[in-house]
Design a protein around this ligand. Structure first.
Ligand SMILES: [Zn+2]
Length: 256
């Protein structure tokens, strides 16, 4: 994990060497902070906890954007605090914990199993995270994973997109859902209608500005257009074997 970098005065982002996975920290005025998707290796989460200590920030809550293994990690060093997620994300990780844990052990062994995926559903009828810091709006959708949530921090002009709007990954579809492309397009439409975004933070990749957010939304729409006509092989983000494999799975699904 590279050290936390200031994206705005209240939003800090650290980036892991594992799949360029980001961890976002949102600071409140009272010296507490919200930690979103701490990742990815156990030692890196320890370093994150040490960095927060040096900054004088005490974790008051966590948030997991979606029920994939690299987004539901935690360490005792971050504290015993509520780790929120959408109710759907909690249901999915509760049902698929063993499989998610197996994937975590394969790629980033040594996480605390007792804390893995132990999430608290957001209170019903709430669209913000209950914590003392800046307002964090939860934008729930079903692209990439059921119960996936983007987080919008309007006072900071920041949008955390979870596993979407990446500069290094194509749209990754959840092919078990009835309409994975439609779900994806809908979420992109929702993101493009969010006003005043000056910084986009993807779950994997680099932080961009507001213009870059719209460039990525267009790149993702273009990929989906191509996919629906059996193409997309020339997307510049297809740089690694696992991404090319995902693309082939998408194509096979569309042809079926
Ligand atoms: Zn994911």
């Amino acid at each position: 994990m590279r050290r936390l970098v200031e994206v705005t005065s209240r939003v800090l982002v650290g980036t892991s060497d594992f799949c360029t996975t980001t961890t976002t920290v949102i600071a409140a005025d009272d010296g507490t902070c919200l930690v979103v998707d701490p990742a990815a290796q156990p030692a890196e989460i320890g370093e994150l906890a040490a960095d927060l200590g040096e900054l004088g920030l005490q974790v008051s809550a966590g948030f997991a954007t979606h029920p994939h293994w690299d987004h539901v990690l935690w360490s005792a060093e971050l504290g015993d605090v509520p780790r929120y997620a959408t109710a759907t994300t909690v249901d999915v990780i509760d049902a698929q914990r063993d499989e998610a844990l197996r994937l975590a052990e394969e790629s980033a062994p040594g996480h605390d199993h007792t804390l893995f995926g132990r999430l608290t559903p957001l209170p019903t009828n709430t669209s913000t995270i209950p914590w003392p810091g800046p307002t964090v709006r939860v934008i729930e959708h079903h692209a990439h994973a059921p119960g996936h949530a983007a987080l919008h921090i309007p006072g900071e002009g920041v949008l955390l997109t979870g596993d979407m709007c990446s500069d290094i990954e194509i749209p990754l579809l959840d092919l078990r859902q009835p309409d994975p492309v439609g779900d994806y397009r809908h979420a992109l439409d929702v993101f493009s209608a969010v006003h005043g975004v000056h910084r986009v933070v993807p779950g994997h990749g680099s932080v961009g500005d507001g213009i870059e957010l719209h460039r990525r939304i267009e790149a993702d729409r273009r990929y989906l257009d191509e996919l629906e006509t059996g193409r997309g092989d020339d997307d510049p983000r297809l740089t690694e074997d696992w991404l090319r494999q995902s693309h082939r799975s998408h194509l096979a699904h569309m042809a079926a």
